[in-house]
Ligand binder design. Structure first.
Ligand code: GLU
Length: 479
């Protein structure tokens, strides 16, 4: 099997393109076939080298590697022209000298008259030009487009996703294959390249389904074997409309920047239109390679639900080794992060992992430990400090005394704080909540003993002292 991914470098790698690449890659890896990358850069106005880099970078980040390429479509221009000439010579295509405006005017008139001959209009308009005259005018330098002469009949294929599919050729225009400036159109370039690359399976988005009969006709006219075709369902937003900017990020890069893991992204993309036939949702790359099949691809739209991606990513983070989580977290913390010793850093990573759906989120949750405290959550301060300022100050002083005398390890710290709560006849939360706010500025955090161990003795005691000053000072307008 030889499969290909053929992006146009007119933008970043979006989730639809990434899903197409992934499905081709899974099929190639499953079959031990080849996965070829072809950059369709014939649209000179819209193709940009930075988009090529973004697409290649996105695929590499996802771990979708290619066996051949990237091949650049524009490099095949001479072959595209030769193929158009072969079709001309074989009488399967013709030169169209009609100026575009004249053609458009005639088409509008035919539509207005309802004569129903629009599909064959170009052919009718060219009918007056004999083959000899056509050659003579071309040699004299008159501009022309080359149109494919669509034969009568029907064009059918067994789509790998949709099953038997057929189009009536009578409804297919004699489409242009070579423009008057000598550049090939998409349908000619794609077929010429797929033939040259010996592609056996074309798997791409549903938006190409109406191109497929034209392409099959071109293969046949060129005397080349017709590959198998499979068309993947459109990706929809949660509102059932075609995925667009309104639905938030579509660029794979944006998810990378959010700290999504490539394995989670691959898992998520695989389920965009495919399912393993069970309700399993977490599938490794190897599982996917083994179990993927086009028969289980949906015919109708697949729904892109970013919340599900983030959930899935959280599941992947929760399954990572502690050391890997710590290394990834180090990678996303900025250079100004306050350094922690290794044990404290690993404790922090382990404590935050179950609370984080992405590494960007984990970096935000790590702020209280790796940055100076920015202040105290106002609502939490009203609730657990300011209802009884004097009592809170007295409590935090007692906490300082106990912590100051304890060895800085989980058990003695726990014994000290629980002992304090028990002596006062209050629940542990009455001690932990005011302390948590003093240490992190927030009403929620990992367990209080983890927090103490992550911050260490000096910073913990310093933060409690600062909280006491803050409350005694009137809470700087936060009361
Ligand atoms: N370059 C086309 C696109 O980006 C893909 C062509 C194909 O897969 O046949 O939509």
């Amino acid at each position: 099997m030889r499969l290909r991914f053929a992006p146009s470098p007119t933008g970043y790698l979006h989730v639809g393109g990434a899903r197409t690449a992934l499905f081709n890659w899974l099929l190639a890896r499953q079959a031990g076939g080849a996965f070829v990358l072809r950059v369709e850069d014939t649209d000179r106005d819209r193709s940009r080298p930075e988009h090529v880099d973004a697409i290649l970078g996105g695929l590499s980040w996802l771990g979708i590697d290619w066996d051949e390429g990237p091949v650049f479509q524009a490099d095949g221009l001479a072959r595209h022209r030769r193929d158009a000439e072969r079709l001309l010579d074989a009488g399967r295509a013709y030169r169209d000298f009609t100026a575009r405006e004249d053609f458009e005017r005639a088409r509008d008139a035919a539509v207005a008259a309802g004569t129903g001959t629009v599909a064959r209009l170009a052919r009718e308009m060219a009918a007056g030009v004999s083959p000899e005259e056509s050659r003579r005018r071309a040699e004299a330098g008159e501009p022309f487009a080359v149109r494919f002469l669509v034969p009568p009949g029907t064009t059918e294929w067994r789509d790998l996703v949709h099953g038997p599919t057929r189009f009536d050729n009578g409804e297919i225009d004699d489409f242009v294959i070579l423009r008057s400036d000598g550049t090939p159109t998409y349908n000619l370039a794609v077929v010429s390249d797929d033939v040259a690359m010996a592609v056996t399976h074309v798997v791409r988005g549903d938006d190409h389904i109406s191109n497929t009969p034209k392409q099959i006709l071109l293969y046949e006219a060129l005397g080349a074997p017709v590959p198998a075709f499979g068309h993947l369902p459109l990706i929809l937003g949660p509102d059932g409309k075609r995925l667009s900017k309104r639905h938030g990020a579509r660029a794979v890069e944006a998810f990378e920047a959010e700290g999504v893991l490539p394995d989670a992204m691959v898992n998520f993309l695989a389920l965009l239109g495919w399912s393993p036939g069970t309700d399993e949702e977490l599938l490794s790359r190897d599982d996917l390679i083994e179990r993927f099949s086009l028969e289980r691809v949906l015919k109708k739209g697949a729904v892109f639900d970013a919340a599900k991606l983030f959930w899935m990513n959280g599941q992947y983070i929760a399954r990572m080794e502690a050391g890997e989580v710590a290394a990834a977290l180090r990678g996303v913390l900025g250079p100004d992060a306050i350094p922690l010793d290794d044990a404290a850093f690993e404790r922090m990573a382990a404590a935050l992992a179950p609370r984080s759906r992405t590494f960007a989120e984990m970096a935000r949750l790590a702020r209280p430990y790796v940055a100076p405290l920015e202040g105290y959550d106002a609502k939490a301060a009203r609730k657990s400090w300011y209802r009884d300022r004097a009592g809170t100050v007295e409590l935090l002083r007692a906490v300082l005394g106990r912590l100051g005398g304890a060895a800085w390890e989980a058990e003695p710290l726990e014994a000290a704080l629980r002992g304090l709560a028990a002596e006062r006849g209050v629940g542990a939360g009455k001690v932990f909540q005011p302390l948590r706010l003093a240490l992190t500025g927030l009403p929620a955090s990992p367990g209080i003993f983890d927090v103490l161990l992550i911050l260490g003795r000096e910073r913990s005691l310093g933060r409690v002292e600062r909280a006491i000053e803050h409350i005694e000072g009137g809470g700087a307008g936060e009361g």
